[in-house]
Design a protein around this ligand. Sequence first.
Ligand code: GRF
Length: 200
Amino acid sequence: MLKVLVCVSGGGTNLQAILDKAKAKELGDVEIVRVISNNANAYALTRAAEAGVSGVCVSPKDYATRDEFHKAFLQAIDEVSPDLVVLAGFLVVIPEEVIIKYRNRIINIHPSLIPSFCGTGYYGLKVHEAALERGVKVTGATVHFVDEGTDTGPIILQKAVYVKEGDTPKDLQLRVMEEAEWEILPKAIRMIADGEVKLG
Ligand code: GRF
């Protein structure tokens, strides 16, 4: 059994894709043991509750210092002893102590074909705005291991998505989510659960 913890910040559509695959028994021998959000109002927490998965909010706003937030975040992870930490639309920089303790056991979904349109400042709609600005014909999504850098860890899976004439950033974001993110993030978890991708 692979114990999976998912970190979210917003709407939680990637979390929903994971929950749906788990419910359909298509995620392999996996248990989603906790969802952590840095945002108390994240609809992702509602999705977790509706799926019967424990959701907790650990927000930097609730701590006097960044260091205290880091300690609380690490504790909220340690409490459930996950084998795998999945960042699904999570917008908080992962504290170094977490990277060190869970090295090669943290994965992230990024809405572009890394190494394009990634790194500091490239998140959410900004990624798709940059892709349209550059005029690329193909973009996509990437699942990668998380290391101390930003979107720099080893790549696990990628899927390409065509840009269409007249796409707005929102159009492109939705197509990348529908055609790539919501497919390759659960697939990466399944590959890890099945031992096709090694952890640690
Ligand atoms: C979206 O921009 C998605 O491309 C990226 O994170 C954002 C929110 O995703 N991965 P979600 O709906 O909260 O999963």
